[in-house]
Design a protein around this ligand. Structure first.
Ligand code: NAP
Ligand code: GCO
Length: 264
C-alpha cells in the first residue's frame, strides 16, 4: 500500500511554493520521497522558501521565475531538466486574487488575474508535457478553487480564471491522457493562508471579520481549512494511486459545495 502512494524517484515542480498552499503540498511530496523544485518571483522569496524547506529538513531546488512569462518558464524548465532531471509531477499553484467590484475593476487588472491564474498554468504545462511524453507519463495538478464552481461579489476575474482552469484541466486530460499523463485539479475550500488573511482580519472592536463567521457557518466542518488538509489529496493525485483518475476536480472544502447553508 505504501508503494501505491510513494513518490520515490519522482521530481516535482510546484509553482509559487515559497509559502502557503504550494509549500505545504511540496513538503508533503518530499515526505513521500519526491525531489522538490519550486519557483517564486524574486530572489528574496526564493531564499525565504529555501530556508523554510531547509528548516523542515527538505533539500529543495529554488528558481526565480515569473510563470506568466513564457521565455522565463521555458528557460527554467530547461535548467531544471539539466540540473535536477525531467519533471514527473507539476503543480500549477502560483496564483493571485484581486477583490474589486466588477464595475470598478480595470481591464488591465482583470487581465493580470487571468494571466497568473489561467494563462500561466497553460504556459508551464505546455513546457513540461513534451518531456513527460518522452519519459512515458506524468502528473499535472492544477490548483482550482470554490470559484471554479461558484461566484461571489468582487472576484469576477478570479472566478473566470479558476473556472477556465477547471476546463484547461479537462482538456489537458483529454488531449494527453493517451500518453499516460493524468491532469487533475484540487479545488481547495477556504484555507487560512496570506491570500485569505484580509478575510480573517479582526474588526477594530476585536470581533471576527463578518466573512470569517460567514465561512465557518457555510462549511459543514465548521472551520477554515489548514494547508495540511491538502497534503493527502495532493499525494493521491501525484502518485500511482490515481493512475486512472483523469480530468477530475477534487474539492477539498470541508463540504461547502454540498451544503445550502444555515438559515440566518
Ligand atoms: P499565497 O499565499 O498568496 O501564495 C501564492 C504564491 O504564488 C506566492 O508564493 C506568490 O509569490 C506566487 N506567485 C504569484 N504570482 C506569481 C507569478 N507570476 N510567478 C510566480 N509565482 C507567483 O496563496 P495561497 O493561498 O497559498 O494559494 C495558492 C493557490 O491556491 C493559488 O492558486 C490560489 O488561488 C489557490 N487557492 C487558495 C485558496 C485559499 O483559501 N487560500 C483556496 C482555493 C484556491 P510572491 O510571494 O512572490 O507574491
Ligand atoms: C475569496 C477567496 C477565495 C479563496 C478560494 C476559495 O475572496 O472569495 O479569496 O476565492 O481564496 O479560492 O476556494
Amino acid at each position: 500500500m505504501k508503494q501505491l502512494f510513494s513518490l520515490e524517484r519522482k521530481i516535482a515542480l510546484v509553482t509559487g511554493a515559497s509559502y502557503g498552499i504550494g509549500f505545504a503540498i511540496a513538503s508533503a511530496f518530499a515526505k513521500a520521497g519526491a525531489t522538490i523544485v519550486f519557483n517564486d518571483l524574486t530572489r528574496e522569496f526564493v531564499d525565504k522558501g529555501l530556508a523554510a524547506y531547509n528548516e523542515a529538513g527538505i533539500k529543495a531546488h529554488g528558481y526565480i521565475c515569473d510563470v506568466t512569462d513564457e521565455e522565463q518558464v521555458n528557460s527554467m524548465v530547461a535548467k531544471i531538466e539539466k540540473e535536477v532531471g525531467i519533471i514527473d509531477i507539476l503543480v500549477n499553484n502560483a496564483g493571485i486574487i484581486k477583490r474589486i467590484p466588477m464595475i470598478e475593476m480595470l481591464a488591465v487588472e482583470f487581465r493580470q488575474v487571468i494571466d497568473v491564474d489561467l494563462n500561466a498554468p497553460f504556459i508551464v504545462s505546455k513546457a513540461v508535457i513534451p518531456s513527460m511524453i518522452k519519459k512515458g507519463g506524468g502528473k499535472i495538478i492544477n490548483i482550482c478553487s470554490m470559484m471554479s464552481e461558484l461566484g461571489r461579489e468582487t472576484v469576477s476575474a478570479y472566478a473566470a480564471a479558476k473556472g477556465g482552469l477547471k476546463m484547461l484541466t479537462r482538456n489537458i486530460a483529454s488531449e494527453y491522457g493517451a500518453y499516460n499523463i493524468q491532469c487533475n485539479g484540487i479545488g481547495p475550500g477556504y484555507i487560512a493562508t496570506p491570500q485569505t488573511a484580509p478575510l480573517r482580519e479582526k474588526q477594530p472592536d476585536g470581533s471576527p471579520h463578518p466573512f470569517d463567521s460567514f465561512i465557518i457557518a457555510k462549511t459543514p466542518a465548521a472551520r477554515w481549512g489548514y494547508t495540511s488538509d491538502l497534503e493527502g489529496p495532493a499525494i493521491f493525485l501525484a502518485s500511482e494511486a490515481s493512475n486512472f483518475v483523469n480530468g477530475h476536480i477534487l474539492y477539498v472544502d470541508g463540504g461547502i459545495l454540498a451544503y445550502i447553508g444555515k438559515q440566518p
